[in-house]
Design a protein around this ligand. Structure first.
Ligand code: CMP
Length: 134
């Protein structure tokens, strides 16, 4: 089934000027870009996005990182898009991600892990609405 998901390129990639490489890797795997923008998040915006993680030990570092530079949110479309993208980006911790995955190639640490992808079709809808509106 054709599905959409939210993909976010994080500040450790934008600061290294490697946005194009990440997008090329994703397009090469067959994901189609249907919407995209570059913006800077403040604490309220980043905190709202990661609301489910509020109170966890890594929450402060996560929000600090996500507000440290521009992010590039992208709506992607493909067959079975949510699961396929999770597989393409690899494990949350780049050190544990498989060879060839986006986080293995572009991640620096568990916090600075290069990209975000929605973890379920329900969350994809919610996250697309939160970031792109409507
Ligand atoms: P992301 O997929 O954007 O979702 C939540 C983020 O929290 C995750 O990527 C990581 O960057 C970050 N994070 C930091 N520490 C942890 C942890 N121990 N478990 C899960 N996520 C973590």
């Amino acid at each position: 089934m054709t599905e959409r998901t939210l993909f976010i390129i994080k500040p450790n990639v934008t600061e290294k000027h490697r946005i194009g490489e990440v997008i090329a890797a994703i397009e090469a795997k067959g994901f189609r870009i249907v919407d995209m923008k570059m913006e800077r998040w403040d604490e309220v915006r980043a905190g709202g996005f990661y609301e489910v993680h509020r109170g966890k030990p890594f929450y402060g570092a996560l929000v600090e990182f996500m507000t440290s530079g521009p992010v590039v949110p992208i709506v992607l479309e493909a067959e079975n898009c949510v699961e396929a993208l999770r597989n393409a980006i690899g494990a949350t911790d780049p050190a544990k991600a498989e060879e060839g995955t986006v986080r293995k190639r572009f991640g620096d640490s568990l916090t600075r892990n290069a990209v975000h992808a929605s973890d379920s079709p329900e969350n994809a809808k919610k996250e697309i609405a939160y970031v792109f509106g409507g």
